[in-house]
Design a protein around this ligand. Structure first.
Ligand code: SF4
Length: 215
């Protein structure tokens, strides 16, 4: 099946448009990537705004898009936004891909011509990639709700977060010596936990005694 792909290039105010010629990139994608299935290509000031999302949704219905590529900021920031917008328009959210032309282009380059060429190359990559995406459905799988945390350092501190405490029935820490994290370890301490940590504490005391010995 030939895919019908929409490409959307965001200005992000001047964050992207100040360095990348977004109008040129959008025009180029519409013309030069038509053979790869691009049927519509647009640029817009703020693609994550309601109007920007509505633009994409309207095109999905009007052009019968089967894939969407949004060239904007990092997917960490707005991938969920655009995937939800696609889902609301009836397109499987995993058929939407983002290309980061802000973090990976406009924020790290000053040469407008070179940045524009790089943005084009990245969008070409995004279009090639999205054609291979498959529609996915979220799954619910049963899991064992206990958590094992290895290390009493940063990993341990992170694991003290309330969300992990709420999600786990028991949290187990494994550390080679007691730390601020491991002293109070579980919302529901078990006998096994107490034995383990008391043992660790004694071992730690013995080790500390050897380190402070005047001999
Ligand atoms: S989608 Fe990203 S790049 Fe575009 S306006 Fe929103 S934050 Fe800026």
């Amino acid at each position: 099946m030939t895919e019908r792909i929409g490409v959307y290039v965001c200005h992000c105010g001047t964050n992207i448009a100040g360095v990348v010629d977004v109008a040129e990139v959008s025009k180029w994608a519409g013309e030069k990537l038509a053979h790869r299935g691009v049927v519509v290509s647009r640029d817009y000031k703020f693609m994550c705004s309601s109007l920007g999302q509505e633009l994409i949704q309207k095109d999905i219905k009007e052009f019968g898009l089967t894939r969407v590529v949004v060239a904007a900021c990092s997917p960490h920031l707005h991938e969920a936004t655009f995937r939800n917008a696609c889902k609301e328009a009836g397109l499987n959210p995993y058929l939407c891909e983002m290309v980061s032309i802000r973090e990976q282009v406009s924020r790290v380059h000053t040469d407008k011509e070179a940045a524009t060429e790089k943005a084009k190359a990245m969008i070409a990559g995004g279009v090639a990639r999205v054609a291979h995406n498959e529609a996915l459905e979220p799954l619910r799988v049963p899991i064992h709700a206990d958590t094992l945390v290895v290390g009493g350092g940063i990993a341990g501190i992170q694991s003290r977060s309330k969300s992990l405490m709420r999600a786990s029935t028991s949290i187990w820490w494994s550390a080679n010596r007691p730390s601020a994290v491991t002293w109070r370890s579980s919302t529901r301490p078990s006998p096994r936990w107490i034995v383990r940590h008391v043992f660790s504490r004694r071992k730690w005391s013995r080790w500390a005694a050897t380190r402070t010995s005047p001999c």
